[in-house]
Design a protein around this ligand. Sequence first.
Ligand code: BDR
Ligand code: CA
Length: 317
Amino acid sequence: MAKLPIIIDCDPGQDDAIMLMMAFANRDTLNILGVVAVGGNVPLDKTARNARIICEITGQTDIPVYAGCARPLARDLHTAAEVHGNEGMNGVDVYEPEMPLQKKNGVNFIIDSLRAHNDGEVVLIITGPMTNIAAAFIQAPDIKTKVKEIVLMGGGMAICGNVTPSAEYNIYADPHAAEIIYKSGIKTVSMGLDVTHQVLASKARIAAMKAIGNKVADTAAAILGPYSFFDSEKYGTDGGPLHDPCTIAYVLDPSLFQTKLCNLEVETKSELTLGHTSVDFWHGMPEDERPHNTYWAYGVDDEGVYDLLNKCLKSYS
Ligand code: BDR
Ligand code: CA
């Protein structure tokens, strides 16, 4: 069977790092065209470096890594270093990778790479602020037809926000970019806080990961220790939510998630609720006014996601 061509747009980021480990373990079915970093959890130079560190740790240095936009479309960069650490990957001793960063700008890579494919062929994964893909759509609207679907981590409905009471980080960081994605007319699948908060990195799950006993699994466990501790304190749960890996888990096995096709609108104006995602889960609004633009994930087999993650980590043995 032909491999599924994907582009991964991310801001590693502790949970982004785990997402990359998961994706890289499946190159027999995923054709990873490239990884594009964006300024998000930490500034762009660090997210682009961290993506390459994960390529080196996993031994996947032939995957090209690009740097895209350093800041959101219309706002200053709002990092999340308090969660992920100043270097963006608490738990990993970061270093300057040997693997080079690609010279081409990440947005141009997205455009050129999509143009080289057929209509409806490429899946875009987004696990950071959505600036790079939005910029690509602004610069080259013709590329939209090439996209099969966009699977993204962002937003919240039942669990409204994590960075403000009303907003999830990736959408809050660049709400204008998120609005462009949701109004693109492309099928989107949204892994928001409602599901990611069910996929907890508990102490027992981290111990099981550590027990796998290879370098990649050890790194994943080392990342999830401090990450989970920060969020466990915040939410009073046994373990923090594992956000970004839900995107790859969905691509690998959509049956792990329950989704419903809904309208989602992004708040881009209000100071109080900037970045809020208004999800019309019960279809209260007429569809000609608010088109159904996303498959909103509302249920997840969390045990199944961890089984899949561990299977991916074991494959590095
Ligand atoms: C999202 O925000 C970031 O800090 C994480 O990497 C994840 O993509 C969760 O709200
Ligand atoms: Ca992220």
